[in-house]
Design a protein around this ligand. Sequence first.
Ligand code: DQA
Length: 144
Amino acid sequence: RTILLLNGPNLNLLGTREPEIYGRETLADVEALARSTAQSLGFELTAVQSNHEGVLLDAIHEARTTAAGIVINPGAFTHTSIALADAISGVELPAIEVHISNVHKREAFRHHSYISPVASSIIIGAGVNGYRLAVEQMAHLLGK
Ligand code: DQA
């Protein structure tokens, strides 16, 4: 069975983007961490990053037939996208929302998430280790 890892806008810049907030690890590091965590628990992992909302929507729709659950860091779309929330509800797959930084310590516009009401679990402020925690929780949820 497969877990889909989705990363939204600007997360391709991980490692060089505001490292004091997001750390020095790259997107490739994050995807490798998530994949090795998934594999150690008997799951496969597919990783998609996009800066385009529609590509993320298509990946969520496709997951209906290719994945058992979704781990998603929607980036700034967290705070804007009703469409992503609708897609997650629409496919009826469990989703876990991840934020590297503690968004509640930051600007007020980061305090609201359209995704949280449709997420099974939310992992915030654990740095990139949050991806490992999210994959572990997803495996737990999926019964491993
Ligand atoms: C983020 C937090 C968002 O507010 C921000 O727009 C991001 C990254 C995080 O992982 O901490 O792009 O989702």
